[in-house]
Design a binder for this molecule. Sequence first.
Ligand SMILES: *Cc1c(COP(=O)(O)O)cnc(C)c1O
Length: 369
Amino acid sequence: MTEKIEFIDLKAQYRELKTAIDARMARVLEHGQFIMGPEVRELENALEQRTGAAHCITVSSGTEALLIALMALGIKSGDEVITTPFTFVATAEVIALLGAVPVFVDVQTDTCNIDPAALEAAITPRTRAIIPVSLYGQPADMDEINAIATRRGNIAVIEDAAQSFGATYRGKQSTNLSAIGCTSFFPSKPLGCYGDGGAIFTSDPTLANAMREIRVHGQAKRYYHTRIGVGGRMDTLQCAVVLAKLERFDWEIQQRLAAGARYAALFDGCNATTLLAVRPDRTCVWGQYTVMVDNREKVLDALARGGIPTAVHYPVPLHRQPAYEGLCRVAGTLHNADLVASRVFSLPMHPYLEAATQEKIAAAVIAAA
Ligand SMILES: *Cc1c(COP(=O)(O)O)cnc(C)c1O
């Protein structure tokens, strides 16, 4: 009897956490404060504790987190924001939505994260912010990036930690590595809810206050509007779900690290597959378990025939997307982004993945690659 292999197994997680999740949700249904109920602040407190950031502001999604962060910084038409072209579109979308110019800098081929060595040359007098993405769950080179931003003046660094919540970097938590950190609680992220959700982290009280106001239509108090805002609150019910999942999150992170190490051992010696390099001063929580091969289409076909689900994160870098080609600025060459986009694909990864399943998956990849 072969069981269906899940790319991400949210049902197994629910089975483990059912009592806590059901109880947490029932409490919200009974108190009835569905918008900005007590679980919102409770979750923000818990996440401040966990990350070490002084302020956590929950919001309606990871995309909204990035948008609100840029709005709080006053990013506007004509400004430039530097980021990576090899990311989920939301990272650049929020820049363009504010009329600013996404400036794309190349990535490292071994981590797929933005290359600090290529960053400095992209800075101009219009540069207002840098958004490094901690792709696949591994923090970007945040200290090097912060140092460049500080040296070059008034440039804010926003970590897009949508895939890396729970990862560490030089002993600190992802989301608390720069002026602002943004994460997502989309169901498939390392810490997910049962719908859309996200959070912003900062230790700057002025920015925190601005982001709290922007989250609720730019109001300092009800119906008194100090600035342009959005409807960006996270539902109380979704906060309750994340609170319940936090009980098991440390264990889940350990499972993710163990599953990543197991894949690495299984692929050891297979020259046809290139694994992501994880730097020794940080952990990768494997928001996606992504590997690289030269003959991707053939491998994906073989895996599909073998009943192994895969995904490609991401097939087309953003500087080649019709929506961005005309409005972005390409700084230097983006050869590495093009190269990794043609080679990457992601394998099943979640805390409930069994060793035997990983063995079967790795054997199928090695046979096809
Ligand atoms: C998922 C993701 C986002 C957006 O998060 P949502 O909650 O889906 O809006 C932003 N950036 C990256 C890198 C992501 O993976």
